[in-house]
Design a protein around this ligand. Structure first.
Ligand SMILES: Nc1ncnc2c1ncn2[C@@H]1O[C@H](COP(=O)(O)OP(=O)(O)OP(=O)(O)O)[C@@H](O)[C@H]1O
Length: 305
């Protein structure tokens, strides 16, 4: 697999806060890599360093085959970065926003590019609508259209669907997959588990440190987590009793069922033994990505406290 991003030993501090610590990040060409981790763990900071908007304290490697520090400008030109906050002009129409961006970047074939971006993201019928009057989902589509206008090879998307309804999120992801199928590489930060599962690969960062990476299956397998599932009336309410018992890393309700996880099988089984009675039915299940992420978060040291 060729790598569109292959950066090692990335570090960044703000004052005495070491917010990105020795992070290695690799993103396969044409793949969609989900970037996950708790709030404030350094995802945005990492994305900004990769596209040359922020200078790392240290780190080396290539983005799109270029030394990402020495050739930051060239990397920037081939990268589309979608910020967390909608940053287009609310009092300009959709088409005017795109045309303005095309002018700012001195893009050739402005009309063609804008028309193609409108068409591609289904914005054609709304092209005269003011950006400020769009719903969250359409705003995000416009922001995505703006980032692909210059035909980048790499997309860095920072929580692009935060606060967007499920249907619009699904459509947005269909578009990300379509772009990836055309060869674009995508690194996308998200807090949504269903989105993590839609990624080819995952990188999980907590408190500035990369804790896991690989496909969802690999991340789950390598966690060493064992999960039991309890069903039956009131099973979900056992979480409080079980949480904190030796061997229990996590006990959380999943609908009416309960997931209890740990890494030490004997200790975990001892913890649930008193509850192996009617009306509860226990079975060993596959840990979910969410189980694994909560486990990883617990393992990482919160160096901001
Ligand atoms: N310019 C800055 N000056 C000082 N501190 C900063 C700056 N930018 C980010 N930070 C701090 O760095 C840490 C990491 O922030 P970052 O935005 O990279 O996290 P994140 O993983 O993207 O979080 P979220 O999921 O909430 O978006 C936070 O503690 C944040 O307050």
């Amino acid at each position: 697999m060729t790598l569109a991003v292959d950066v090692r030993g990335l570090n960044k501090s703000f004052g005495d806060k070491h917010v990105v610590q020795d992070v290695d990040i690799q993103v396969g060409t044409g793949r969609i890599t989900g970037f996950l981790g708790p709030n404030g763990s350094g995802k945005t900071t990492t994305l900004r360093m990769l596209c040359g908007l922020l200078t790392p304290d240290s780190g080396e490697g290539e983005v799109l085959g270029l030394d990402f520090r020495r050739h930051a400008e060239a990397v920037k030109r081939q990268t589309g970065y979608m910020t967390q906050k909608f940053s287009l002009y609310e009092d300009l129409a959709i088409e005017e926003n795109l045309d303005f961006i095309a002018q700012v970047y001195s893009l050739d074939n402005r009309r063609r590019r804008v028309a193609e971006a409108l068409e591609r993201l289904g914005l054609g019928n709304r092209r005269r609508q003011l950006a400020g009057s769009l719903s969250g989902g359409w705003k995000q589509r416009l922001a995505l259209a703006a980032c692909i206008l210059h035909e980048p090879k790499l997309l860095l998307l920072d929580e692009p669907t935060a606060g967007v309804d499920p249907k619009a999120r699904r459509e947005f992801w269909d578009e990300i997959h379509a772009l990836s199928a055309e060869g674009l590489t995508v690194l996308v930060s998200t807090h949504y588990m269903d989105e993590a599962e839609r990624c080819h690969d995952i990188a999980y960062i907590a408190y500035g440190r990369l804790m896991a990476r690989g496909t969802a299956e690999e991340v789950i397998d390598r966690s060493g987590l064992i999960t039991y599932r309890a069903e039956g009336p009131g099973a979900d309410r056992l979480s409080r009793e079980l949480a904190g018992k030796p061997g229990v890393v996590m006990a959380a309700p999943f609908g009416a069922a309960l997931h209890v996880s740990g890494t030490d099988r004997a200790a975990l089984e001892a913890a649930i033994a008193p509850y192996r009675r009617e009306p509860f039915r226990w079975s060993e299940g596959q840990p979910t990505l969410e189980d694994v992420f909560i486990h990883l978060m617990g393992q990482s040291q919160d160096n901001f406290q």
